[in-house]
Design a protein around this ligand. Sequence first.
Ligand SMILES: [Fe+2]
Ligand SMILES: [Fe+2]
Length: 192
Amino acid sequence: MNHLPTREEAWNLLCSYIQSESLRRHVLTVEGVMRHFARKYQEDENEWGIIGLLHDLDFEQYPEQHCTKVRELLRDNGFDEEFIHAVASHGYGLCSDLEPVTNAEKVLYTIDELTGLIYAAAIMRPSKSVMDLETKSVKKKFKSPAFAANVDRELIQNGADRLGLPLDEVIEETILGMREIADQIGLAGEAQ
Ligand SMILES: [Fe+2]
Ligand SMILES: [Fe+2]
């Protein structure tokens, strides 16, 4: 990536397109988990974080053109094609025909849905926190289709397969990533 904006510039861009508090929380969650995985893969944490932060940039204003319109928005804001591919491929099979290829793309594809399941599991707890949420409990929810029924389990499993990682490990790492930013996304429980 040639001209990556600073985190602050990316945040300002995000705020000009996304007003919804829940969508902002979602992209902050995805950013935090992307940063966590970037460290695991020893890749560029800032780049992965900004990909996560901006992945749904077009979703609020152009829901019908999600994953397509964003290419134009990012191009107009000086992002290169590599970055655009990373963002646009997160909706592979849903709203995009671009396949996730790089590690960052595969992680984004997988955790976009998975963070939704983990969020739903965390707020159901007495603590309303991700800090004491365990992988096995998320795994149980994963296996019960009625829980957070809109979360696409097949996609998550497909993402884990693409990463070549067991589903349990992907869940575990995603929980750890969410713990790191729990206070920003309202999942720190007592500590908030
Ligand atoms: Fe999306
Ligand atoms: Fe998303």
